[in-house]
Design a binder for this molecule. Structure first.
Ligand code: CDP
Ligand code: MG
Length: 713
C-alpha cells in the first residue's frame, strides 16, 4: 500500500544515506589522516593554554572526520537565510516541493501517515496547505495536536506570523488553562490532552474537518488514547481527514494500526554528523557537560551548541556553572550565551532561544528532550548528549509510580545527534562510551501507556462512556495487570462504584483541593537561586508547620491567598509566582469539577487530622515505615529515604505517606506527610493486615526517646 506514495530516495534507506553522505564528505574534506591529527593536537594545545584548570575530556571519534571552518562558513550563510522573507523560508522547507502530491494523497485517503525529518515543515506547513485548499470552508476547523505545551504555543505563534494574522484569531492554540482561540479560529494547535477533553463535549469532533496527530512517535499516553478514539470515530465520519505525523521512527506501526493507511514520506535534508564517544564512562555527567561546552567553545569553529539534560534543576545548575566559569575566564574566551529551555520556563525566556546569535559569540541552549523533535532551533552545529532522560516508570506489582533518570534509548540518542546536522555538517559529543550505546541502551523508548498508573486514563475513558477497557483498541495495550490494578485501586478508593460514578465525601475538601493543586505543580514552588541560598532556605523554613510537606504547601497557599495573590509577596518569600498562579488555576478547575458533580467544598476548620487522613485514604499504598538507616515501604520492603528538601527530613517520624518516589543518588520520597498507622486499617482495611502494621521497631527510636527522657529528667 505504502509503495505507491513513497517518495524517491537515493541510497539504501535513511540511515544508509546518512552514513553514505557522511563518509563522502569525510573523505572529501578530511582525507589526510595526518592533517587531522595535526588539527587535534592544535586543538588540545589551544585548550590547555586557556583552560589549564580543567581536565579535558577525551573523546574518540566513531570514525574519521571532524568538520571544519569551511563547512561552517557554509552553515553561517545558511543561517543568513534567516534574513530571507518569510515566504522564501517557507518555500525552502523540504515539505514544500511535495505540496501538491501531499494534498492529492489527503484527498484520496481518509487516513494518512506522514513521515519526515524534524524541521522539514510538517507541523508549520501542512496545516497551512490545508487552509489554502479550503479544508476550513464552512467554518470547519483544522486541529493539530502536540504532546508538549511549549511546542503548541511556539508553533502557533510562528504559523500566525507566517499567515499574517494575530495569534488567537484565525490561528490559535489551546493548552490547559490557556485558551488562545476565538470564534474566528480555523487552525487550532493544542496539546493532545486538550483534544481528549474535547471528546467530552463533542464525542464525534463534528466541528473538525481535519485532525492531525502530530509528533506521533512520542507515544505519549494522551496520543495513544487519541489513536484509539480517532480510529473509532473515523469509521462513522467518512468526511473527517486524519493525518498522523511523525519523525522518521516507527511509521510502519502507525500504518498497521490504522488498517494499513498509506505512508507519505517527505525526504529529509540532513548534513553529516560526526559522532564522538567518551573513552571511559563519565562519573558526573553534569560536570562533563560543562567541561565539554567549554572545550567546544575554545577549540571548535563558530556554531551554536545544544545540550540535553533531564530537567529544570539540572538545567539551572548547568547554566549557573557555565556562567560562573565564563566569568572566571573573562576576556580569555569569546562571549558565550547560555540559554535554558524547559516546559516551566516563562515564555519570554523561552522565546530567547530562537533569536539569532550575535556575530563573534556562541549560543549554548541547555534543554530537556523538548528539543529532541518538538522544537527546531536553527544554527545548532554541536550537540552534547549525556544519554539520560527523566521517565515515568510504573511497577504494577508494587503499584509504585516514580520519576526516574534513566538512560535514553538509541532512537532518542540518534534524534539528538540529528539536531547537529540541520544547517551544516555537525558534531555530536556523547558523554558515554560506544560500548554503552550498543549494549546498555534500549532500541526505542517504551510507550508511556506501558509505564504509567492508569487510574486517570480509566477515569477519563469511563467519563467518555467507554466501559469495556479491556477491549479498547490500544496500539500497544497496557499490561493487563496494570489495567486491572487501576480498576481495583479506583474501586478501593471509592472513586468508582459498579456504575463508574464518582463518589467522594470528605470533611476537608477545601484544604485537600489546595493540596492537590499545589502537588500538581510539581516541586517548583520554592525558588532557590544559587547566590541567595541562605535567604531562600530561611524563607522556606518559615513555612514549616507540623504534619509534613503537604501541610507546608497548604500553608504557603493560604498565606499567598491572604496576601491577595500578590506577586511581591512571592518575591519576598522566595516563592515562584508562576507556579502559584498555576496552582490557583488547577484549584479553580478542580473546584469547578466538584461543583459539577455536586461535592460540597468544606473546611476542617484548622484540624489537621482529617486532612492527613484524607491524604492517607488517597495514597495508602504509598506508605513507608521508619527502619534502620532509612525507611521501608510497607508492602514491598523497598528501602527509601526522606528527600533532604522535606520538612520532615530531620524529624523522621515512624510512619509516612509519600507523594512520589524519585531516584537520584538514592530512592527518595518527595512530599511526605506523617500519619498514624491505625488510619491505614481505617481507610484501607482491604489492603492492610493488622500484622503488617505492628510497631516491631519501637526499640529503635533513640532520637525521640532520648529527647523525651531529657525532658522528663
Ligand atoms: O514539524 P517539523 O519538525 O517537520 O518542522 P516545523 O516545526 O514545521 O518547522 C519547520 C521550520 O520552521 C523550522 O526549520 C524552523 O526554521 C521554522 N520554525 C521557526 O522558525 N519557529 C518555530 N517556532 C517553529 C518552526
Ligand atoms: Mg513538528
Amino acid at each position: 500500500m505504502e509503495l505507491e506514495l513513497e517518495m524517491p530516495m537515493e541510497g539504501g534507506g535513511e540511515q544508509g544515506r546518512w552514513e553514505e553522505e557522511r563518509l563522502k564528505t569525510a573523505s572529501l574534506i578530511f582525507g589526510a589522516k595526518k592533517e587531522r591529527e595535526k588539527g587535534l593536537k592544535a586543538e588540545r594545545e589551544k585548550y590547555q593554554l586557556i583552560l589549564e584548570e580543567d581536565e579535558m575530556i577525551n573523546f574518540v571519534s566513531s570514525d574519521k572526520s571532524p568538520c571544519d571552518n569551511e563547512q561552517y562558513s557554509a552553515a553561517l550563510s545558511q543561517a543568513e537565510v534567516q534574513k530571507q522573507s518569510i515566504q522564501e523560508v517557507r518555500r525552502s522547507l523540504p515539505v514544500f516541493p511535495y505540496r501538491e502530491d501531499l494534498l492529492l494523497a489527503i484527498q484520496q485517503h481518509q487516513i494518512l501517515v506522514i513521515e519526515g525529518e524534524t524541521g522539514s515543515g510538517k507541523t508549520t506547513q501542512i496545516p497551512q496547505f490545508l487552509m489554502e485548499s479550503g479544508y476550513n470552508d464552512g467554518g470547519m476547523k483544522i486541529g493539530c495536536t502536540q504532546p508538549r505545551r511549549v511546542a503548541a504555543m511556539s508553533v502557533a505563534a510562528r504559523v500566525a506570523q507566517e499567515v499574517g494574522v494575530k495569534l488567537g484569531n484565525e490561528v490559535g492554540y489551546s493548552i490547559r488553562f490557556e485558551d488562545c482561540t476565538s470564534e474566528r479560529t480555523v487552525l487550532k494547535y493544542m496539546t493532545d490532552g486538550m483534544l481528549l477533553r474535547e471528546f467530552l463535549t463533542e464525542p464525534d469532533l463534528a466541528s473538525y474537518s481535519v485532525v492531525i496527530i502530530d509528533e506521533a512517535h512520542e507515544r505519549t499516553l494522551h496520543t495513544d488514547i487519541l489513536f484509539g478514539l480517532i480510529k473509532d470515530i473515523a469509521r462513522f465520519r467518512p468526511d473527517l481527514k486524519v493525518l498522523v505525523a511523525s519523525a522518521t521512527l516507527d511509521t510502519e506501526r502507525f500504518s498497521c494500526f490504522f488498517d494499513d493507511a498509506p505512508v507519505f514520506r517527505i525526504p529529509g535534508r540532513r548534513f553529516p554528523v560526526d559522532i564522538f564517544y567518551t573513552k571511559a564512562p563519565e562519573a558526573d555527567y553534569l560536570e562533563a557537560c560543562v567541561v565539554s561546552v567549554l572545550q567546544i567553545h575554545v577549540t571548535q569553529p563558530p556554531g551554536d551548541c545544544l545540550v540535553f539534560l533531564t530537567g529544570q534543576e539540572e538545567i539551572e545548575t548547568c547554566c549557573e556553572l557555565l556562567q560562573e566559569r565564563c566569568r572566571r575566564l573573562g576576556s580569555k574566551i569569546s562571549e558565550l550565551l547560555v540559554l535554558p529551555i524547559y516546559a516551566n520556563l516563562p515564555s519570554d525566556m523561552q522565546a530567547k532561544i530562537f533569536s539569532p546569535t550575535p556575530p563573534g559569540s556562541r549560543k549554548v541552549v541547555v534543554a530537556t528532550n523538548i528539543a529532541e523533535t518538538s522544537l527546531t532551533i536553527d544554527g545548532i552545529i554541536y550537540v552534547i548528549d549525556p544519554g539520560f532522560c527523566k521517565q515515568k516508570s510504573y511497577n504494577a506489582r508494587t503499584g509504585m509510580e516514580s520519576l526516574i533518570v534513566t538512560p535514553c534509548s538509541r532512537a532518542s540518542a540518534n534524534q539528538r545527534a540529528g539536531r547537529a546536522g540541520r544547517v551544516a555538517a555537525g558534531k555530536c559529543f556523547r558523554l558515554y562510551t560506544a560500548w554503552a550505546f550498543k549494549h546498555e541502551m534500549e532500541e526505542s523508548t517504551v510507550p508511556e501507556i506501558q509505564r504509567t498508573n492508569l487510574g486517570n486514563v480509566v477515569l477519563l475513558l469511563k467519563s467518555l462512556g467507554i466501559n469495556d477497557l479491556i477491549h479498547f483498541d490500544f496500539m500497544d495495550p497496557p499490561p493487563h495487570e496494570t489495567l486491572v490494578l487501576a480498576l481495583e485501586q479506583l474501586y478501593a478508593l471509592g472513586a468508582l462504584n459498579h456504575l463508574g460514578e464518582l463518589t467522594k465525601v470528605t470533611y476537608c475538601s477545601e484544604e485537600v483541593l489546595t493540596i492537590a493543586a499545589m502537588l500538581s505543580v510539581n516541586n517548583s514552588i520554592f525558588y532557590r537561586p544559587k547566590d541567595k541560598v541562605v535567604h531562600a532556605d530561611n524563607a522556606r523554613q518559615n513555612f514549616v508547620v507540623p504534619g509534613g510537606d503537604h501541610m507546608v504547601l497548604l500553608n504557603v497557599y493560604t498565606q499567598w491567598l491572604e496576601s491577595g495573590y500578590s506577586t511581591q509577596w512571592c518575591y519576598e518569600n522566595f516563592i515562584q509566582f508562576r507556579s502559584m498562579k498555576r496552582a490557583r488555576d488547577v484549584r479553580e478547575q478542580l473546584e469547578g469539577l466538584m461543583d459539577r458533580i455536586e461535592v460540597e467544598v468544606c473546611s476542617s476548620g484548622g484540624d489537621i487530622v482529617p486532612i492527613r487522613k484524607a491524604v492517607t485514604a488517597g495514597y495508602f499504598y504509598h506508605t513507608a515505615r521508619l527502619s534502620k538507616g532509612g525507611y521501608k515501604t510497607v508492602k514491598h520492603q523497598q528501602t527509601v529515604y526522606v528527600h533532604p528538601n522535606s520538612s520532615l527530613f530531620e524529624e523522621q517520624p515512624r510512619w509516612l505517606i509519600y507523594h512520589e518516589l524519585v531516584f537520584t543518588t538514592k530512592e527518595f520520597m518527595r512530599q511526605v506527610i506523617e500519619i498514624d498507622s491505625s488510619w491505614l486499617l481505617e481507610v484501607a482495611p482491604h489492603y492492610y493486615k493488622n500484622k503488617e502494621l505492628e510497631d516491631s521497631s519501637s526499640k529503635k527510636m533513640p532520637r525521640k526517646q532520648g529527647k523525651a527522657k531529657e525532658e522528663l529528667g
